[in-house]
Design a protein around this ligand. Structure first.
Ligand SMILES: *Cc1c(COP(=O)(O)O)cnc(C)c1O
Length: 397
């Protein structure tokens, strides 16, 4: 039996009117007629991003040239931007470095954990982790799946707070306590939770994340690494590039690690990418994360209700147990998603059979949820996805 829709489009319009975050949508560049439900993969651009990048090129690079490293604060970017990201993950100043990519941060975090737990060679992961995390760890340690529940000989456990495929959310405090009680270090990957809910890694040991998903930092935006203050003197950075040296401009022949979080920087920051991220963070400074979480739970719950039993739900039904995405199983997920995109509903497909829809609370409306579900219903009922043009795979799904 099909579950009865609890609302209509008018009710969704009313919800948009009452949404305390509604004004943020106008601060993004978004296509008029399309419904963008991929903000969990690449966030939409803040309107100020282009101007901030122009400023970095013309006013900073163009005016100061090499002097920009001092005059425009480029040299300090990994730390100043790290401090701005810290409140979004429950961390304090001097605990986060920004730069590089998530995969590089995973490499640094896991290597540091292995050195902090000499004699332990196992790193526990979830086999369903985003593959890059596990691929990187495969090069460093012996892997074991978290489902075995054995941590006593593990150097570290690395998990994603929110599963990229299903949106299922781990119990962060509970898992952190279990792992630490076994003497292992807890490393959280918050790529799919930062900017979607109130992340708090403060009880853990290390954390990594990216800024181009819910945080809207732009394609290729800098990632970040958090190191608990408890470990900052003992933890080592295996990517001991010159930025992490105690005195980078002494150009000494040998390496001496810097104190504090600067030890985890690597080398020259991607200044123009940082500029775009700074524009996004100017917006995040004004965002109430409780409102973000409340709206995210309302959007995703409404979407699940309106899709009803047309598709098999892959995400947890209980809002508390999910991030800000909803996934469904469909054996022909790829052509179904192509047919939806053709009709202006942008989600994505994750092999082998997942249809994924992300709900970025700063710019997704309740009316978008309504409109998207009408199109989903039509594509499924009329089997519009069976058109053979949707069968050919594109390089990026
Ligand atoms: C998006 C994502 C990544 C991406 O890694 P990059 O090195 O930035 O390409 C890694 N891990 C998780 C959990 C992700 O969601």
């Amino acid at each position: 039996m099909r579950s009865c829709p609890v609302v209509d489009r008018l009710a969704c319009e009313a919800m948009d009117q009452e949404d305390p975050l509604r004004a943020f949508r106008a601060e993004f560049v978004l296509p008029d007629k399309e419904i963008y439900l991929v903000g969990n993969s690449l966030g939409a651009p803040p309107r100020t991003a282009a101007e901030r990048v122009r400023q970095a090129v013309e006013d900073e690079w163009g005016r100061h040239l090499v002097g920009g490293w001092n005059e425009a604060g480029w040299y300090a970017q990994p730390l100043t931007t790290g401090d701005r990201l810290a409140p979004l993950i429950g961390a304090g100043p001097g605990e986060v470095v920004a730069g590089n990519t998530t995969s590089i941060a995973v490499y640094q975090a896991v290597s540091a954990a292995l050195r902090l737990r000499p004699g332990r060679r196992v790193v526990v992961v979830d086999r369903r982790n985003f593959p890059t995390d596990n691929y990187v760890i495969e090069g460093l340690a012996e892997l074991r799946d978290v489902s075995e529940g054995r941590f006593e000989d593990a150097a570290a456990v690395l998990l994603s707070e929110v599963d990229y495929r299903t949106g299922a959310r781990y119990d962060v405090p509970g898992m952190t306590a279990r792992v630490q009680a076994a003497g292992a270090l807890m490393i959280w990957d918050v790529c799919h939770s930062v900017g979607a809910l109130r992340v708090d890694v403060s009880a853990a040991d290390l954390a990594v994340g990216c800024t181009y998903k819910y945080l809207n930092g732009g394609p290729g935006a800098p990632a970040f690494l958090w190191v608990s203050p408890r470990h900052q003197t003992a933890a080592e950075n295996v990517l001991s590039g010159w930025y992490s040296h105690a005195e980078p401009f002494a150009f000494e022949p040998g390496y001496r690690a810097a104190d504090g979080i600067r030890r985890f920087t690597v080398s020259t920051p991607h200044v123009l990418s940082f500029a775009a991220l700074e524009a996004a963070l100017d917006m995040w400074d004004r965002v109430d994360l409780e409102q973000v979480r409340a709206k995210s739970m309302a959007l995703t719950s409404l979407f699940i209700d309106l899709v009803g039993d047309r598709l098999e739900l892959a995400s947890p039904r209980e809002a508390e147990r999910r991030g800000s995405q909803v996934s469904f199983y469909h054996p022909d997920g790829y052509p179904v998603m192509r047919a939806l995109i053709d009709r202006g509903v942008h989600g994505d497909f994750r092999a082998p059979d997942i249809l994924r829809f992300g709900f970025a609370p700063l710019y997704t409306r309740f009316t978008d949820v309504w409109d998207a579900t009408q199109i989903i219903a039509e594509v499924l009922e009329k089997e519009l996805w069976r058109d053979e043009k949707y069968a050919v795979r594109l390089a990026v799904t």
